[in-house]
Design a protein around this ligand. Structure first.
Ligand code: SF4
Length: 97
């Protein structure tokens, strides 16, 4: 008599439920994974960016500025796309405290 072909119905149900739980967990993990894609930055034109200061306001004094390789080198901005002059300015200027 072959016993390996016989499957206990409760065991079969347990296997099906385990597969369903695993599939749900996999789907949830995929759907709930933190998004690593960052929001798109604004275009310079939409932020009225200019390569020169606005009165005494300049990018190097803004909290959004990410400095380049030297104090005079262009850096980047957390909200405006592209290369940003430390002497530039835009309407999103936020002074460092
Ligand atoms: Fe310069 Fe504007 Fe970016 Fe501030 S938010 S660093 S002012 S471009």
């Amino acid at each position: 008599m072959k016993h390996d072909k016989l499957v206990n119905p409760s065991r079969q149900m347990l296997i099906k439920q385990s597969v369903a739980v695993a599939a749900t967990a996999l789907a949830a993990g995929t759907l709930l994974r933190p998004r690593t894609v960052q929001a798109a930055k604004a275009a310079k034109s939409s932020m009225m960016y200019q390569d020169k200061p606005h009165a005494n306001q300049r990018c190097s004094g803004c909290v959004q500025f990410v400095p380049g390789s030297s104090p005079d080198a262009n850096g980047t901005c957390r909200v405006v796309a592209g290369s940003i002059s430390p002497n530039g300015w835009c309407v999103a200027f936020t002074p460092k405290s």
